[in-house]
Ligand binder design. Structure first.
Ligand code: NDP
Ligand code: OXD
Length: 318
């Protein structure tokens, strides 16, 4: 099969590092940054490598051989959910996975070791040791135990935390307990002190995490109440209900990386809450060098007629 041009559409990201990496790795295939270079794209076959690009790109270039997400999530490609013939490929890479493992481990330890409270005490010059439960007495529940969630679960379990996961489909075997679907949801929530969401944004997960979920978390834990880490997608969380849960004490604290609207609007009440730590969607960044290498291996497979590595079922949404 003939070689493809590479159309790169990195949306809000600086396009230049992506252009540079694609040019270095493309072995002479033409590389065009959209929309800047749109006029230079010839009539031959092409692939689109996108991150939160304006959907107009698919009006202008409606027949890519494949679409590559520049990140792990594919919710930004929702417009493609119905066009079955175009393969969509997402990032699955040890570098991105380790970044998420780092972030979730940090967030869980921040809540487990009650660092937010000590930071507030430090501002007041107050020396007030609290009871520090053993890791084995703290139950972490991870919603979404796919590539990222499973890696996080294994690291947290190694530290000694009592980890379980929740997924859409049951597992035959897993090194930690996995509850599945609505049938397993209650039991999962009731045994959870620190809830971590690594869910993708799909029609089934939109608005899934709100009052109804927070109210069912464990109240008999050793940390004085449940807390929440959100690092999957903001749209899976009902943000008003999250604020209310943090105000009322239904949740004792939260570490949040993803939001309904990004950037988080400056008038969001979350900014000023003492029991909330906010990061600006940086839990697991895409490194152009690593990701371009993965994509170019798939472009070669595509041109040889071989199966691609991490295709997504866009009907399922993740
Ligand atoms: P995967 O597709 O490997 O895993 C998704 C997991 O979610 C699976 O365990 C899946 O269940 C579960 N799931 C999906 N739908 C449901 C549902 N309706 N009910 C219960 N469980 C469900 O994705 P990754 O682990 O690679 O990534 C997860 C998400 O993390 C990405 O989609 C992205 O949105 C987000 N992300 C955030 C980043 C950040 O910087 N904040 C960086 C990278 C990713 P099952 O196992 O049964 O299929
Ligand atoms: C991703 C992200 O999906 O960074 O990779 O959110």
């Amino acid at each position: 099969m003939s070689r493809s041009s590479i159309i790169v559409a990195p949306g809000p990201w600086d396009p230049e590092p992506w252009r540079k990496e694609f040019e270095a790795a493309s072995d002479g295939r033409p590389v065009h940054v959209w929309p800047k270079d749109r006029a230079r794209v010839d009539n031959g076959p092409y692939v689109i490598c996108a991150w939160k690009a304006d959907p107009k790109i698919f009006d202008e270039f409606p027949a890519p051989r494949a679409v590559f997400s520049l990140g792990a999530g594919v919710d930004h490609l929702q417009g493609l959910r119905t066009s079955r013939d175009i393969p969509v490929v997402r990032v699955v890479d040890p570098d991105l996975t380790m970044r998420m493992v780092e972030y979730v481990t940090f967030a869980v330890l921040y809540l487990h070791r009650q660092i937010g409270t000590y930071q507030a005490e430090q501002r007041r010059h107050a020396w007030r040791p609290m009871i520090q439960p053993a890791a084995s007495r703290v139950r972490v529940g991870i919603m979404g135990v796919g590539v990222l969630g499973e890696a996080c679960a294994k690291t947290l379990a190694q530290i000694g935390l009592d980890v379980a996961g929740w997924a859409r489909t049951p597992r035959d075997a897993s090194p930690f307990p996995v509850f599945a679907g609505q049938d397993g949801f209650d039991e999962f929530l009731q045994r959870t002190d620190i809830l971590v969401s690594l869910l993708p944004d799909t029609p089934d997960t939109a608005g899934l995490v709100g009052r109804n979920v927070f109210a069912r978390l464990a109240r008999d834990g050793s940390l004085g109440g449940p807390s929440f880490v959100s690092a999957g997608r903001g749209k899976t969380v009902v943000e008003d209900e999250l604020v209310e849960a943090l105000r009322s004490g239904m949740l004792t604290g939260a570490v949040l990386d993803v939001f309904n609207v990004e950037p988080l609007p400056s008038d969001s009440p979350l900014w000023a809450m003492e029991n909330v730590l906010i990061t600006p969607h940086v839990a697991a960044d895409s490194d152009p060098e690593v990701i371009v290498a993965q994509i170019m291996r798939d472009v070669e497979r595509l041109e040889k007629g071989e199966p691609l590595s991490n295709t997504v079922d866009m009907k399922r949404g993740y």
